[in-house]
Design a binder for this molecule. Structure first.
Ligand SMILES: N=c1c2ncn([C@@H]3O[C@H](COP(=O)(O)OP(=O)(O)OP(=O)(O)O)[C@@H](O)[C@H]3O)c2ncn1[C@@H]1O[C@H](COP(=O)(O)O)[C@@H](O)[C@H]1O
Length: 107
């Protein structure tokens, strides 16, 4: 199993974001602003969903990697540390997903 983690990727993104390297895709994307970063995240999410439905396992793995990378870029643009997302996920472990859903205010 790979020891590579989302924490490691978050650090790479932070370093590349601060690098000013014109060859950095991360820097280029962040320079375009939140709307562009969010658009890419949405596109990659749709592509991952389509890969899942098509049953293309290899494509699903690749699109999933794209989703995670672009999610971390959006979090970076929003100045939200990944640790905050981990904390939110951890807080949800005390109940089932359906219990959490039932506790939401009515829309
Ligand atoms: N994990 C990734 C990663 N996943 C996807 N991508 C890029 O995301 C882009 C998505 O593909 P698209 O064809 O949709 O992109 P595009 O057409 O170029 O994009 P737009 O014109 O729509 O903006 C591709 O250019 C991919 O290379 C990534 N770019 C970088 N990383 C990681 O970030 C590190 C730093 O990258 P740089 O900032 O480029 O140095 C890399 O070493 C990797 O570890």
């Amino acid at each position: 199993m790979s020891g590579f983690t989302l924490d490691a990727l978050e650090t790479i993104i932070a370093v590349r974001a601060g690098s000013g390297d014109p060859g950095s895709y991360t820097r280029k994307l962040l320079d375009k602003g939140m709307a562009k970063c969010a658009k890419k995240l949405g596109e990659e999410g749709v592509e991952a969903a389509l890969a899942a439905v098509s049953g293309d396992r290899i494509e699903l793995v690749k699109e999933s990697a794209d989703v995670l990378f672009h999610l971390l870029v959006v979090l970076r643009a929003a100045e939200v540390p990944l640790a905050e997302v981990y904390a939110e996920l951890e807080s949800r472990t005390v109940r089932t997903g359906l219990e959490e859903k039932a506790s939401r205010p009515a829309e």
